[in-house]
Design a protein around this ligand. Structure first.
Ligand code: FAD
Length: 474
């Protein structure tokens, strides 16, 4: 009699290497049916945004190819996960459903329901850890509570020692019969605006192989110098691994051990490695916060911000979204986001501070725009970071810290290379004026071919006045 198969339910773990579901299936020798369910409603208020859908399409295509090489066709089904699983179990007689743990509140609730229903019907339901360095519940304060401050949290994670070594790709047995499924193209995950997708295609290679190549390049070319240059948006100095991490194309522990191996071979990399792993720590900290606070994406962690006097300023919000605020570093960031689906971390902080403090627009508006346009849109990191900038989150930037977009631009993009790349109207301005075009002498503007207010907007707010207004409101 043939063995009853295992369903390996992929979601945000779109990889073959260090994939505990496949390792467990291979270890027990049972035939395996890899499955992906497009369950938009299961995400509650946060179904994947447009940029994430683009990434998902290509990452699934890559996973399909990788699994096919192992003789394992990926079954694609769409609909509520409960119903899809019920049907597939009935069709295949599978004895078990395996998945990697998900941390988003709506998905956690859904997975709990599914786990109980499966167990009640005699089907083995098994969830594996989700590829973090440290499961959120495993780091706790001395009082047994979740951390609210990053420093002690990260020290507690480091004190646990290195995470487990990543496992090589396993090779489970294929099923005797392949259940039917959808065609990826029929899901319409790619955007209808081809010009937008063109920018994403140029910038990224979704999928496990692209993720590994990105990691290799970072280790070879950019890890050295990371600590010194990571705040410079005009340089290629950070890893750009965030979308690969979000979709689970690489596990965090794979990155950890790859960095540790380099550092063991060359001790002069230790400072850069420490700074880089600390950033992975912020990601872990965000997950820990999200698991402890289901409403993190919607509500301020600090209750005193509940009645904050935010402004509804649709025109200013639109100017911010389209990179037309008249502040070059802000506009360069927002246009980088639109063109490539990604923005440098320093610039994310600058544009977020501008929206929340200079414009007094609610942080949730910025969070929602990022959610739709970032290829690395991540419920935990996005919500925690917006709350951090707004001053209402855990371990947040103090409310009186209002980034000055001119000084930030001059400090982190000193030659203006970043602004020139994304705001071509300003390309011919000399560095001394590029972060403050409104203050440039008319002769300089004329020589740069720039008519302020026509080719490029005048600032939509006066930063000094906006800062005073923000401090009063805060
Ligand atoms: P690197 O500097 O190479 O860092 C390595 C990895 O560490 C990143 O890939 C990322 O997974 C993690 N990381 C780095 N910085 C942070 C951070 N501050 N918080 C959490 N994780 C971090 N990151 C997301 O992945 N998704 C988001 O939706 C997101 N939204 C953000 C919104 C705002 C307002 C801000 C200020 C930051 C946000 N970040 C988000 C964090 C950070 O900007 C990105 O993770 C980082 O820019 C990704 O680039 P990188 O991979 O080159 O980072």
């Amino acid at each position: 009699m043939s063995e009853r198969p295992v369903i390996a339910w992929f979601d945000r773990d779109l990889r073959l290497a260090d994939q505990p579901m496949l390792a467990a299936a291979a270890a027990c020798g049972r035939p395996t049916i890899p499955l992906f369910i497009l369950d938009e409603a299961g995400h509650g208020a946060w179904p994947p945004g447009a940029a994430s859908r683009w990434w998902l399409h290509h990452s699934l295509a890559a996973l399909q190819r990788g699994l096919a090489d192992l003789g394992l066709p990926l079954v694609l089904r769409r609909g509520p996960a409960e119903a899809v699983l019920r049907d597939l179990l009935a069709e295949t007689g599978a004895a078990a459903v395996h998945w990697c743990r998900r941390y988003e509140p709506a998905l956690r609730a859904r997975d709990r329901r599914i786990g109980s229903a499966l167990a009640a019907s005699g089907v083995e339901a098994r969830s594996f850890d989700g590829g973090l360095l440290c499961e959120p519940e495993e780091a706790r304060t001395a009082g047994g509570r979740p951390f609210r401050v990053f420093g002690p949290y990260w020290r507690a994670v480091l004190a646990r020692g290195a995470p487990p070594q990543p496992e090589p790709a396993a090779r489970p047995a294929p099923p005797a019969a392949v259940p039917g499924g959808d065609h990826l193209d029929a899901w319409g995950l790619r955007p209808t605006r081809p010009d937008w997708a063109g920018g994403l295609r140029e910038a990224w290679r979704p999928g496990e192989a692209g993720a590994r190549e990105r990691l290799r390049r970072f280790l070879d070319e950019d890890l050295r110098g990371y600590r010194r240059l990571r705040d410079r948006p005009d340089r290629q100095a950070t890893s750009r691994l965030s979308p690969h991490l979000h979709f689970g194309e690489l596990s965090a522990r794979t990155i950890w051990h790859a960095v540790a191996t380099r550092t063991a071979a060359d001790a002069t990399l230790a400072g850069d490695a420490e700074a880089f792993l600390r950033e992975l720590g912020w990601r872990e900290f965000s997950y820990q916060l999200l698991v402890a606070h289901d409403r993190l994406p919607e509500e301020p962690l600090r209750a005193e911000f509940t009645h904050f006097p935010w402004r509804r300023a649709a025109g200013e919000l639109r100017a911010w979204q389209h990179g037309l605020t008249g502040y070059p570093i802000v506009d360069a960031g927002m246009r980088q986001l639109w063109r490539t689906g990604w923005m440098h971390n320093r610039v994310r902080m600058i544009v977020a501070s501008f929206l929340v403090k200079d414009l007094l627009v609610p942080w949730q508006e910025g969070e929602a725009w990022f959610w739709d346009t970032l290829v690395d849109a991540d419920l935990a990191s996005n919500a925690a970071s917006w709350q951090w900038v707004a001053g209402c989150g855990a371990d947040a930037a103090p409310y009186f810290r209002v980034f000055n977009p001119v000084l930030q631009g001059a400090k982190f993009d000193p030659d203006g290379g970043y602004v020139r790349r994304f705001v071509p109207e300003l390309a011919r301005l000399p560095a001394a004026h590029i972060h403050r075009p409104w203050a440039a002498p008319p002769a300089i503007l004329a020589a740069a071919g720039l008519r302020l207010g026509t080719d490029y907007p005048a600032p939509i707010v006066d930063h000094a006045a906006a800062r005073r207004r923000a401090l009063e409101a805060f």
